[in-house]
Design a protein around this ligand. Structure first.
Ligand code: BYC
Length: 318
């Protein structure tokens, strides 16, 4: 068989597995474009989890009670863990974690637009848990059925933890809406600032999403950006109304015929500015990550040295 014949045979088997809903595993043959697509998406996803620790970390010292501080610390730690699952899953595609981090620092890899907005009040911590984790769950529940085995398994575990995060955020919003007039105003202000960026998390509209077609064909993505955005709005509007929050969109209307909410125009200029690195906090987020990474060099050195010594001791014992 010549190379071309080999390739076609492998491709047929790969497509059969995708069609049959069998997972693609790290040692399986896969087209290079499939591998590259996953490397991009999974590393971006991992970076988002880790960069996402920063806006919340900003409030650990100012949490209003010991209980809320403990919960917030646990949540932030979970996000770091999610980054770890995702980097490990992405490494099975043949790229090292060092390389992923290098691409992030060089501005070659993205992370979610949402983490380039500031957290101005305690209510923002509620809004992040409720809206941002809420949006992340909608996306990630769908990704549990992604075709790449390690990604899909990481998602199952992550989703369990994200549902706790979403409740943590909603609890803060409920408490504030049941509090004083000033607290209600803070909650509404956070809702006003986080609503639209949360809708942007799902990416451009289906018509403007260059990666979607291939992702759907290979079942990397199981539902489109617009469909997931709709699901999030459907799930969230009732929760907002229930506690007396107003969704900051005068064009939001239930469409009986389509059985979904029609909503106003997303500011796509803002979205593209943020993903090009020109959002309110992009510079700060990346600089903080680079600084922490450099400061953590001694930990990595120590771990490497520990491993080297362990190997030496093992050799001596043999
Ligand atoms: N932000 O063709 P499209 C979390 C980029 S964190 C930045 O639709 P795709 C959490 C996109 O990369 C949740 N960039 O792309 C953590 C592409 O550019 P490139 C993170 C975005 O990949 C802590 C271009 O726009 N979740 O849970 O088919 C605390 C065109 O887009 C964004 C994930 O990462 C964005 N929002 O679809 C709390 C989920 N949207 O790469 C919570 C996994 C689009 O070609 N990722 N772009 O240069 C995905 O599901 C998909 O990658 C996306 C985008 C839906 C995000």
């Amino acid at each position: 068989m010549d190379n071309n014949e080999d390739y076609n045979k492998n491709l047929l088997e790969f497509e059969r597995k995708i069609e049959a809903e069998e997972k693609i595993e790290p040692r399986d043959w896969m087209p290079d474009e499939y591998r590259q697509h996953l490397i991009r998406q999974m590393s971006q996803h991992a970076h988002s989890e880790v960069i996402g620790m920063q806006p919340e970390g900003n409030w650990v010292n100012r949490a209003p009670s010991l209980r809320s501080k403990k919960i917030l610390i646990a949540k932030i730690q979970d996000e770091g863990g999610h980054g770890l699952y995702l980097y490990s899953a992405a490494e099975t595609l043949g790229v090292s974690r060092d390389q992923f981090v290098k691409w992030l620092h060089e501005g070659k890899a993205k992370y979610s637009s949402i983490f380039n907005y500031p957290t101005l009040s305690w209510a923002d911590i509620g809004a992040i848990g409720w809206l941002v984790d809420g949006a992340a769950i909608v996306n990630q529940v769908s990704l549990c059925r992604t075709s790449y085995g390690p990604y899909s398994r990481a998602m199952v575990r992550i989703c369990k933890e994200e549902s706790f995060h979403q409740r943590q955020g909603y609890e803060i919003m409920c408490d504030m809406m049941n509090g004083t007039e000033d607290q209600r105003k803070m909650a509404q202000d956070a809702m006003n600032r986080w609503w639209w960026p949360s809708l942007m998390m799902f990416g451009p509209t289906d018509n403007d999403s260059p990666n979607s077609q291939r992702a759907m064909k290979w079942k990397i993505k199981r539902e489109s950006n617009d469909k997931l955005r709709q699901k999030f709005i459907y799930k969230t509007v009732g929760q907002a109304e229930f506690i007396g929050l107003t969704v900051p969109d005068p064009d939001l209307n239930w469409n009986e015929e389509a059985q979904h909410y029609d909503f106003g125009e997303i500011d796509w200029n803002e979205f593209y500015e943020v993903i090009k690195g020109r959002g309110p906090c992009n510079k700060q987020r990346l600089e903080t990550h680079i600084k922490s990474h450099q400061e953590g060099e001694w930990v990595r050195d120590t771990a490497r040295e520990y491993n080297r010594l362990k190997q030496e001791v093992k050799k001596e014992l043999v």
